[in-house]
Design a protein around this ligand. Sequence first.
Ligand SMILES: *Cc1c(COP(=O)(O)O)cnc(C)c1O
Length: 356
Amino acid sequence: MKKHNFNAGPSILPQEVIKKTAEAVLDFDGDGLSILEISHRAKNFQPVVDEAVALFKELLNIPDNYSVIFLGGGASLQFCMVPFNFLETKAAYLNTGVWAKKAMKEAKGFGDVIEVASSADANYTFIPKDYTIPADADYFHITTNNTIYGTELLQDIDSPVPVIADMSSDIFSRPIDVTKYGMIYGGAQKNLAPAGVTFIIVRNDLLGKVSRHIPTMLNYQTHIDNGSMFNTPPVLPIFTALQTLRWIKANGGVAEMEKRNIAKAELLYNAIDNSKMFVGTANKEDRSRMNICFVMKEEYKHLEADFMKFATEKGMVGIKGHRSVGGFRASTYNALPIESVQALVDCMAEFEKQNA
Ligand SMILES: *Cc1c(COP(=O)(O)O)cnc(C)c1O
């Protein structure tokens, strides 16, 4: 049976990308060695990093005064690396979910943290809009897509201070104006690669301004100066990321990704909104195109486990909602074909017909 992969992360990758990775595991670059057993300093690996950086710049239209680097440690390490490198006195944070909160918690060890707004009281079902960013903050941190709650900030915001964005789960899902950001980072395992690599896009002139000592490994400048090769980088995830970047380019770039993502999200949200049984959890105007969260209406709540079983039997994978929201979550990342969304919509309709 065909599986429809709605996993939230690690998550679906294009079939072609998985195939290319599998081939490289057996024989990288036709030289008889596996990608798993070559040196990161091998002559034929440097072009992989170079092309990945070049495609980041090309696909996202990143200006020359920014650097792109690949690190380990996940997005979670960035929660402390960001304040380590940028927080001198105070930083502003928008609290839109668990990841934002974790980022704030780490920053508190480095200076004053101003929470400009929060939707915690409403279980993060919306993105706050009325707030003022303090003009004397060192930076303003946002989470553009709240993977757990299914809300997304789709506009590049104007800010008097550099914006630092966690884009772990919506990078490459739509065009962005990089010039509006001081830094963008994310774990690659949602929309780009297997787990193990973190991407950083940073405006060079913002670095080197804090007075504290920064340990070598935690200093962005170290990794910029060494082209992501200060120590051994995650070789395989970088290789796979490159295959995904090539796939995005070959499929029309981020503008085309956005078009497809809008179509997929509309298909599923329309089904939810027209359903007697299911209801979306996120505020409509803040709905994410990447993670679509829904539950059963009060009168059908007792059927959630039955639907889970029904959908699983029909090949749906990874649709269980995060424990803090409950119900269901369908992640519709770039690599997910619209056919899979249609299969889920059909499955929901069939279940409703049988049970409502
Ligand atoms: C998954 C996720 C993280 C955590 O990523 P790790 O790489 O596991 O540390 C952080 N922020 C967002 C928005 C996420 O979706």
